[in-house]
Design a protein around this ligand. Structure first.
Ligand code: ATP
Ligand code: MG
Length: 220
């Protein structure tokens, strides 16, 4: 079973690699950021509560995130494995996840830390745009566009996330240093941590490194 966590600063590539593994291994990609943004888009009560917190670059309360996550993790498509992107983000979440995941038979096997400098992360965030229709992600500085401002796949006008501005990025990065970095040591001490240098733009190389990690043991 491939139960994987991606842990990283903002814009290190969690979503990108989670999506690649999802397609290749047919296991679900669960992004707590995406789950929260869906609540905002659907204008649910939770969505209304979390919008300002996300726009301020802070963490949403553990309770809200955990309730969304646990519902998702119990679904049967997670039986053969899953990829967590953006959770856990503090030590309390890591401890809670450990408790519940063994109860529901979803124990974490690999924690992959995508290491990236603040400078590289900032450039990726400030150039990032995505397609609201097919979710393809682009970078204004590095991607080639068939038509300016439009998705190469489906021609939909591209959009920027509300929290992808310089001020919120700086806050998100601070939040990462204060709250999420300690989780890396937590998993290191448990022997579950693998580190990937994510500063280069060579996605193929990084994907190979990640696959070497998750395929290293028996083929269960
Ligand atoms: P990127 O998507 O570029 O890697 P990111 O890691 O900052 O950047 P998301 O994971 O999408 O972005 O999270 C966006 C926001 O959603 C966070 O800044 C935070 O406010 C909230 N959020 C997401 N996951 C959690 C979580 N596990 N606990 C608390 N808040 C969360
Ligand atoms: Mg993401």
């Amino acid at each position: 079973m491939k139960n994987i966590i991606f842990i990283a600063p903002p814009a290190a590539g969690k979503g990108t690699f989670a999506q690649m593994l999802k397609d290749k291994y047919s296991i679900p990609h669960i992004s707590t950021g995406d789950l929260l943004r869906k609540e905002i888009k659907d204008e649910t009560e939770i969505g209304l509560q979390v919008k300002s917190v996300i726009d301020a670059g802070k963490l949403v309360s553990d309770e809200i995130v955990f309730n969304l996550l646990i519902k998702r993790l119990k679904e049967t498509d997670c039986d053969q494995g899953f990829i967590l992107d953006g959770f856990p983000r503090n030590e309390a979440q890591a401890i809670e996840l450990e408790k519940i995941s063994s109860e529901i038979n979803r124990e974490i096997k690999y924690v992959i830390f995508l290491d990236v400098s603040k400078e590289v992360a900032a450039q990726r965030i400030l150039g990032r745009v995505s397609c609201p229709n097919c979710s393809e992600v682009y970078n204004l500085y590095t991607s080639n566009f068939k038509e300016d401002g439009k998705c190469n796949k489906c021609s939909t006008p591209l959009v920027r996330r509300d929290d992808d501005n310089e001020e919120t990025f700086n806050k998100r990065y601070d939040t990462y240093l204060e709250q999420t970095k300690p989780v890396i040591d937590y998993y290191k001490n448990k022997g579950l941590l693998f580190v990937i240098d994510s500063n280069s733009n060579d996605k193929e190389l990084k994907l190979q490194q990640i696959e070497a990690i998750i395929n290293e043991e028996n083929n269960d």
